[in-house]
Design a protein around this ligand. Sequence first.
Ligand SMILES: Cc1cc2nc3c(=O)[nH]c(=O)nc-3n(C[C@H](O)[C@H](O)[C@H](O)COP(=O)(O)OP(=O)(O)OC[C@H]3O[C@@H](n4cnc5c(N)ncnc54)[C@H](O)[C@@H]3O)c2cc1C
Ligand code: FES
Ligand code: FES
Length: 1369
Amino acid sequence: MSSRREGDTLCFFINGKKVTEKHADPETMLLSFLREKLRLTGTKSGCGGGGCGACTVMVSRYQPATKTINHFSANACLLPLCQLHGAAITTVEGIGSTKTQIHPVQERIAKAHGSQCGFCTPGMVMAMYTLLRNKPQPNMDDITEALAGNLCRCTGYRPIVDGCRTFCQETNCCKVSGNGNCCLDGGNQTDETEREPPQLFDKDKFLPLDPTQELIFPPELILMAEKGTPQTLTFDGERIRWVSPVSLEELVQLKTENPKAPLVVGNTNIGPDIKFKGVFHPLIISPTRVLELFEVSHTPTGVWVGAGCTLAELRSLLEKLVPQFPEEKTELFRALIQQLGNLGSVQIRNVASLGGQVISAYPNSDLNPVLAAGRCKVSVISNGGRREVPLGQDFFASFCKTILKPEEIIVSVFIPFTRKGEFVRVFRQAPRKEMSFATVTSGMRVFFSEGSRVVQDVSIYYGGMGATTLSASKTCAAIATRPWDDETLSRAYDVLLDELVLHPSAPGGKVEFRRSLSLSFLFKFNLEVLQELREMNVIKEELPEKIQPLPRDIQPGLQEFQHVSKGQSEQDPVGRPIMHRSAISQATGEAVYCDDMPHTDGELFLSLVTSARAHAKIIGLDVSEALRLPGVVDVITAEDIPGVKVRESFGYQEELLAQSEVSCVGQIVCAVVADTREHAKRGAYAVKISYEDLPDPVFTIEEAVEKSSFYEPRRKLERGNVTEAFKTVDHIYEGQIFCNLQINVSDYRKLYLWISCSLPVCPSLFVIVSSGEVKLGGQEHFYMETQSMLVVPVGEETEFSVYVSTQWPSLMQETVAETLGIPSNRVTCHVKRLGGAFGGKVTKTAILAGITSVAAWKTNHAVRCVLERGEDMLITGARHPVLGKYKVGFMKDGRIVAADFQCYTNAGNAVDESLLVAEKIVLHVDNAYNIPNLRGSGAACRTNLPSNTAFRGFGVPQCLLVVESMINDVAMVLGRPADQIREINMYKGPSVTHYKFEFSPENMLRCWEECKVKSEYSARRRAADQFNQQNRWKKRGMSIIPIKYGIAFSESFLNQAAALVHIYKDGSVLVTHGGTEMGQGIHTKMQQVASRELHIPPSKIYISETSTNTVPNTCPSAASFGTDANGRAVQNACQTLYQRLKPIREKKPKGSWESWVNDAFFEKISLSATGFYRGPDLYMDWEKMEGQPYSYFTFGACCSEVELDCLTGDYRTVRTDIVVDIGRSVNPSVDIGQIEGAFMQGLGLYTLEELKFSPSGVLYTRGPSQYKIPAVCDVPLQFNVSLLSDTHNPRAIYSSKGIGEPVLFLGSSVFFAIKDAAAAARSESGLVGPFTLNSPATPEKACMACASPFTQKIPASKPGSFKPWALNI
Ligand SMILES: Cc1cc2nc3c(=O)[nH]c(=O)nc-3n(C[C@H](O)[C@H](O)[C@H](O)COP(=O)(O)OP(=O)(O)OC[C@H]3O[C@@H](n4cnc5c(N)ncnc54)[C@H](O)[C@@H]3O)c2cc1C
Ligand code: FES
Ligand code: FES
């Protein structure tokens, strides 16, 4: 290593200001430097691992060779500070602010309603901003690509895309108008009121984009790059040294002396290893200033590309080269371009290097199979000299290992030209279309003798089929020298099947799917090669269909809502699409979230220590090593809790900190408090817990049911006489159908007839075909802002201020008070805003607040606790997985006469709200259907997994999937369309639920009918059927689904709210209420309410925060009841005040608001009022099985259509139409935002998001790399939302309705459309009738359900003969 030279100074610019850092720590990433050192908190942390884009910034570098400035987006969480020498960084604060001028990107995303909770917004803004810096007039492909690496959990992306779309030159018009209207003008509907249809935003008023106004690149950095003689830089941190040499010789010498030291280029492999796996490297070498690693040189046979080049640079180089050469020479280049477009996100590709990708040797690397198949090679250097190593089958030695020696450095990668008659293709299937490592990925190359179909040479490589990139060499041998025809290929499939065998317990699971993909890819390659041979006139035969890629262009959607009534005053904002009141500050990064609050003097940080065992006694807790570490102040255990050590609910106790026993992996045992986050984290790693395992942990629902492991009480509701009714029906569908035979079409028919006759199940058979049951996995909340809090001891009498991201401030106050053994009046809880919550920031937050307050009390310092994404996912639980079983009795005409549902939830190791979730499930088993004999029962299973909790919909989305699966099965047994069975059985006329609650389903039926019309259901259904007839390997599926969703809390006491409204002497108004702002726009709506009631513009009204010292005893912001309850409370307070001003107003009718307020003050009239809302007295009598648990129902219907690739399970939602009855919307833009966001969250639940646990109960999925929430690529290509017109609701404010939760279930329309498409595919294989599709319908499940010849070739592993990689919880 070169001798240590103290004082190397890191020099770079941030937002035009020079930063010189004398003590740059190699462990510091740009994100923490920005947030903690510079207090630029606009850049957010959502995952810390490059997977969410919340931390996106723009990096600009001057290239002396070309004298150009390169701007690119990057994830600040993976950018080592030391790597930034000479760079200019632009953050969201650098492009615009409310103090100066906002940037058009900030304005358009905000005004297009693309910011709800706002936590993702700065990242979105910066991703788009960087695109515009490089391409001021992008097209839609550019936009969707730029945003592909940015996750948003609230909006559903449509409004963000629409805001960004306004920068496009092309109009992307629907071109379908029959009446001269364009879809961009808001639709082609006729307007009865003869007014233009209302718009969500007016794009004509947007600021123009003026590229000349952007920050210039600092001239000093240009000078530095041009003039300076580069010198080796060394930075020494607390534990790590960073060396950045400038010559290849020096680099070689460093690597020779330190062969284990990594070369960090993009840090996208090393960074996550250090952060998440605790890997430690005392020395890091940065080769980014060694020019040889970035050189590109051309030869007659191909191109050498420097190993340091980023994947983005490689792609643009290849894109430039392709047009310069004949097509036949660039087959490999084009295949690489295609694969590069799918790898990671723009932010990742902008920093990740080619050399890093090759040498990281990921099992599912995307480039390595193509490079290997394409006969690429690497040039490596070490002090032994240079050598060239082919990227052949021996190169990738084992998991993340190559045959290169540790001291060898890849200097460049050779990418050869292809020859005439040589074809290269790539195939890839991933859990999500974009920004996702592949499940299986492949590169295939074949070379033919000229004019012949005889194969001269072939190479096939796979990723995702083993520990590293694998060559299918035996398969290649079976193809080589043979003609490319059916016979050769059929043999090749068989050889491949034998050659690439995955053990049933293989890491990553999905074993049968992965094996079938390997075959499908070869089949697809076959089709493409045949096409090429045909085009070259080598073969003449008719070819099978060419499989076209799935459609991907997002079209502008329609958002339809009603005008406010003609007489409404211009000033009255109620009913108008007002932008979220904080959207602009969210888009500029000025909005303050909990962890953005400045550090207080002496503040400490808390990190949690959690159990590594699912069911064990704690026999030792050794904190001594942790306490010896630098910065560690204390370790908090249960013994330190001065007050109540447990949370009690429904008679069950949950310990804040485990004392003697743990009952799940992830249970909190103790907490380390230290001076910094890093020190606290290191302290937490150093705590040692010893365990003695307890027997028989219970993980799955099936295990819990078998062992009767339930939380009591279990709930049941019944109407009619279900048992008797089953005796009267034509068909009964239930139970399990087993089969161990290869059955052909007609046998299946017989089998289903057999079921419908209710014959007993044959016990000797073992493959489940369909089972009268459906299973749904859980769902992680994945709020973009993780659990965050700051507890500050204040005053002298054990007084605490708690700043926390929670939906229920009063619960935090109570928990902190109880835990510390002090009265509630010593604890004030403040909530400014939440970066998303979705039910996950209620009970779990209370436990964390309790623990953090003990640390603050014990140390007498402010203590901050902000969970990392992985901790949050591990500790705080999720939506309940559900197993739903059903038996249904129905008539030949489709009438369902009897149904019996049993739903079991996996509640985890603590009861939490699981009993209420089970109750809500039972209350919704009727959904939209009037089934005269209906029984529903619900049970919460106690297991040794982390305790699950509330999540948007509170069990209803799970329950309704079971109900609708039952309807689908009925339709399939009868061979009729599912929508007909739905219609036949819907509630009609004055109706009564199964718990004797009277309601009118009229608006539900209106939504259903309108949805059918607006979606052009019948015509599109016919078109889909026709498409399916014409396509063997792609199918279209459609479904239309209704919903009836109960609003308000069934626990009556929660239906109350209070508000406090102050009018100040200058006329400004401060409103406080009990609701918390978590993106759902409640503060915006409350501002609208106050504005209407006080007859003043919203600009005079401010809402600062929710706090327990202004509005006490609040109820949670949940159950879609926030606006109903708090709206009435604010209304009440404002009406009181307006009434008080009446004498003054009457005295001075022409006076201004300000003058009335001023006069009132002098007349000693109180200008402050509380408001209160006593909500409906709801109840549920479970003994009598009757009640009124809801205030009213929100109704809706949704139609979705998908296109499914049956060979891979990949699908695209081509269109979704939603019609919802939400009464008279208080704010259509906010409500449409809730609808779209909830729909997308539902789409994630039902088709994408999978929590995976190891067989010993350890959560595998702890971040966006493993757990996929919907991204931009999942937005329906056409997404139309209509609010039902002319409806009213006397039970809520201004005739509105609650909307936060109901629409989530409508995401299941995509699930059922996939099932419909799979059914069409199955029929090609001769399979008809019901089949089980569990949720989520991931590509794996969809593909396996299609039962293609390739999936059918895979032998199923015998259950019980192996330990699966993951539990089926
Ligand atoms: C969020 C995310 C998503 C991703 N998605 C995908 C994906 O979809 N598909 C996919 O294939 N990959 C994906 N990746 C992986 C990514 O492509 C690789 O991590 C990246 O290419 C590695 O390059 P790097 O420069 O960042 O490596 P670094 O992390 O900087 O270094 C990685 C390793 O490479 C070694 N190294 C680097 N350069 C050289 C060299 N010239 N000679 C010798 N050794 C060298 C280092 O010593 C180190 O051990 C993803 C990564 C992230 C973080
Ligand atoms: S925080 Fe950086 S990508 Fe998620
Ligand atoms: S607005 Fe995107 S995460 Fe909340």
